[in-house]
Design a protein around this ligand. Sequence first.
Ligand SMILES: Nc1ncnc2c1ncn2[C@@H]1O[C@H](COP(=O)(O)OP(=O)(O)O)[C@@H](O)[C@H]1O
Ligand SMILES: [Mg+2]
Length: 308
Amino acid sequence: MSDGPTLVAEAGGSSTLPLVPPPSEIDLPEDWHTFGGATYHLSRRVGEGGMGVVYEARSPAVSEPVALKLIRGTPDDIALARFAREAELPQRFNGHPHVVRVLDVGRFDNGHRYIAFEYLGGGSLAAHAAEFRAPAAAAALLTQVATAVGDLHEKGVRHRDLKPDNLLFRTLPPDPAGVVVTDFGQAWGGQQVNRPTGDGQPLGTPTYAAPELLRDAAAADQRADIYSLGAILFRLLTGVVPTEVTWPNSLTDDYKTARAAEPPPPSRRFPPDVPAHLVSACRGCLHPHPDGRFPTAREFLRALTQHS
Ligand SMILES: Nc1ncnc2c1ncn2[C@@H]1O[C@H](COP(=O)(O)OP(=O)(O)O)[C@@H](O)[C@H]1O
Ligand SMILES: [Mg+2]
């Protein structure tokens, strides 16, 4: 832990502590709650995903409210490695205006691991997408996201799950501080800890994920994130996603094959008030083959801001 207090030291080595009971089965109290040495007051559950459960919480040792993330269920080694990476990767960027800050990482005495992120109280881009439909607003927002993504890439990190749900605001938009990239649960930071594809654990959220990520996540490079940037921009500008898909169709070979052959959305799908340079910036991300996309987030940024 490089920033902020670590409330409970790893006691007795990582393999000796039992990881029971799972957080989802704990009857979490309303009041200040101490798990051994670490004291957090869990005020409410703010999110729950495939892997984690997130509470708004406070600690006397941390000067601001936090989003306390715990792993659901009984994690296997891969889930534990992902959880560790979920803290470690954004920690490399602590202080970046558009990457979530990690305030505390630790393990309660009962064995549960936690990550305390800065609390982002403004909601997600998914909830606020309609407010960014104007081309200038959409472009300004994507400029922030692409700047952060370019910085991630320059340090060898690929996010691999960029989507409106994972872009949060510190305060309600219009927020002068802008948008924050969160949820590094699928990210790649130099070490592959994901299950091999093909066992029902494809990476990415199909709608926003590059076709190659659905096939073989390990082989996908940073240009998969470029695709997601384009899909997010398309969603903001048009109000719809490039391709609708329903689970579990997204897991079928037919779907993956169709996605891998799907050309960028034609210009006529964009509203007439969207300037040509934004249409081509967006389409330039959404090529099904990585070679057809902007090679870097920086080049996408140039296209976003280029007025012709
Ligand atoms: N730093 C944060 N501040 C406020 N809410 C958060 C924060 N991080 C996550 N959340 C909430 O918890 C939900 C799930 O968190 P996330 O990290 O995306 O986990 P998952 O891997 O389950 O998608 C988010 O969609 C959001 O509603
Ligand atoms: Mg998420």
